[in-house]
Design a protein around this ligand. Structure first.
Ligand code: 13P
Ligand code: SF4
Length: 348
C-alpha cells in the first residue's frame, strides 16, 4: 500500500470500522485509490446514490444524494465525464440534463422494476385516451416515458409537483404505492387504471382532487409489511420507524416518518431518538450508521436492491478505464424529457 492509499484506507477505516470487515476494507481502499487517480486524470465527476454500498459511498463520490439532489448536481456538472453510481434511469437523467458530458453507468444491468413497469407505448395510449389529464411521471422511468410527460417528480417533491398543477385529476405514474401515499399526504383520493389502461366508469367525489395511479411496484419496498414494524416496536418500544414512500400505504401509515432517501437521512441527523428502523434499501442503513456510530439501526432490513447492488468499486474502475457503459439518449427523446425534468427541478 503506498502512502496515498494508506491515507485513504485510514479515512475509510475511521468511518467504516463498525460496518465493513478490515480485510475487505483494505482491498476496497486499493481500488478506490485507483479510481480517485483516474478521476483526476480524466477530470470526471462521480455521482452516487444513497443506496451505494458503504465502501463506495465513503470513498470515491464527489456528491452522494437522492434522485432529486443528483439530478441537480448533474445539471450543474460541467465536466467532460460523469460516472453515475446508481441505476440506468438516474444515469439517463444525468445525460439529459448534462448533454455535453459523457455519462457512464458502471453496469449495463442496473435497471429498476418501476422503470420496467411502463413503456412509452403504454403512455402514448393513455394520452390518446385521456388527453386532458396532466401526466406526472416519477423519475424512476426511462427517458422515452419522461419525454411524453408534462412534468417529472421524485419521492422528495412528488406532493409539491401534484399541488403545483392545480388540476382536479392527475396521473402519477408508474408507482402504485407512491401515488397512494401522495394522495393521502395531499388529501386527494386515489384511483387506479385497470390493466388495459382504462379508468373506472365512475370516479369518486373528491373536493381536493384525484390522483390516478398505474400498477408499477418497487420490488424492494413492496416487501415491507406492518408486521416488520410491529415486531420492531414490540422489541424496541423507543424505535423510530422511517418508511420510503415506495412502501405500501399501510406501512407508511404505521411509520413515524415517510420521505425520500435524503429526507430520511435528515430525519436521523436531527432526531433525538437512538434507535431507528429504516424501511428502505438496506445499504442505506449501513451508510447512516457509519455517519452516526452512537445510534442503533435495527437489522430486520435485509432487502438489497439487485440493481443498485450491480454497482461495485471494481466495475466503477473498469467504467473509468474503458469509458463504459456510455448512456445515449436520442435528441428527439432528450429534448422533451429535459423540459419535464426542468419543470420538476424548478418546483423544488
Ligand atoms: P430517492 O429519490 O428517495 O433517493 O429514491 C430513489 C429510489 O430508487 C428509491 O427506491
Ligand atoms: Fe428501483 Fe426499487 Fe431498486 Fe429503487 S430500490 S432502483 S425503485 S428497484
Amino acid at each position: 500500500m503506498n502512502q496515498h492509499t494508506q491515507r485513504l484506507y485510514q479515512q475509510m477505516k475511521k468511518r467504516l470500522d463498525k460496518v465493513v470487515p478490515d480485510a475487505e476494507l483494505r482491498l476496497k481502499a486499493e481500488i478506490a485509490a485507483e479510481i480517485l487517480k483516474l478521476k483526476k486524470e480524466k477530470n470526471a465527476l462521480i455521482l452516487a446514490h444513497n443506496y451505494m454500498e458503504p465502501a463506495l459511498f465513503y470513498s470515491i463520490p464527489d456528491y452522494c444524494g437522492d434522485s432529486l439532489d443528483l439530478s441537480r448536481r448533474a445539471a450543474a456538472a460541467g465536466k467532460p465525464i460523469i460516472v453515475f453510481c446508481g441505476v440506468r434511469f438516474m444515469a439517463e437523467t444525468a445525460k439529459i440534463l448534462s448533454p455535453a458530458s459523457k455519462v457512464l453507468l458502471p453496469s449495463p444491468r442496473a435497471g429498476c422494476s418501476l422503470a420496467e413497469s411502463i413503456s412509452a407505448d403504454d403512455l402514448r395510449a393513455l394520452r390518446r385516451r385521456y388527453p386532458d389529464i396532466p401526466v406526472i411521471t416519477y423519475v424512476n422511468t426511462y427517458a422515452d416515458v419522461k419525454a411524453l410527460s408534462d412534468v417529472c417528480c421524485t419521492s422528495g417533491n412528488a406532493a409539491a409537483v401534484v399541488e403545483s398543477l392545480h388540476a382536479p385529476r392527475v396521473f402519477l405514474l408508474p408507482d402504485a404505492f407512491l401515488a397512494a401515499n401522495i394522495a393521502a399526504e395531499t388529501g386527494r383520493r386515489i384511483v387506479y387504471l385497470d390493466r388495459d389502461g382504462r379508468l373506472p366508469d365512475h370516479l369518486p367525489e373528491s373536493p381536493n382532487g384525484i390522483i390516478i395511479g398505474w400498477h408499477g411496484k418497487c420490488e424492494v419496498h413492496e416487501r415491507f409489511t406492518t408486521s416488520d414494524i410491529e415486531n420492531a416496536r414490540r422489541q424496541f418500544p423507543d424505535v423510530a420507524v422511517l418508511a420510503h414512500p415506495e412502501c405500501p400505504p399501510e406501512v407508511v401509515a404505521a411509520s413515524d416518518f415517510s420521505g425520500g432517501t435524503n429526507a430520511m437521512i435528515r430525519y436521523v441527523d436531527s432526531s433525538p431518538a437512538r434507535r431507528f428502523l429504516l424501511l428502505t434499501e438496506c445499504a442505506m442503513a449501513d451508510n447512516v450508521l457509519a455517519a452516526h456510530p452512537d445510534r442503533e439501526m435495527i437489522r430486520i432490513c435485509s432487502l438489497r436492491c439487485p440493481h443498485m447492488n450491480e454497482i461495485t468499486l471494481e466495475d466503477t474502475l473498469e467504467a473509468l478505464r474503458r469509458e463504459q457503459y456510455e448512456i445515449q439518449v436520442p435528441q428527439p427523446i432528450a429534448d422533451p424529457a429535459r423540459l419535464a425534468l426542468e419543470k420538476m427541478i424548478a418546483i423544488g
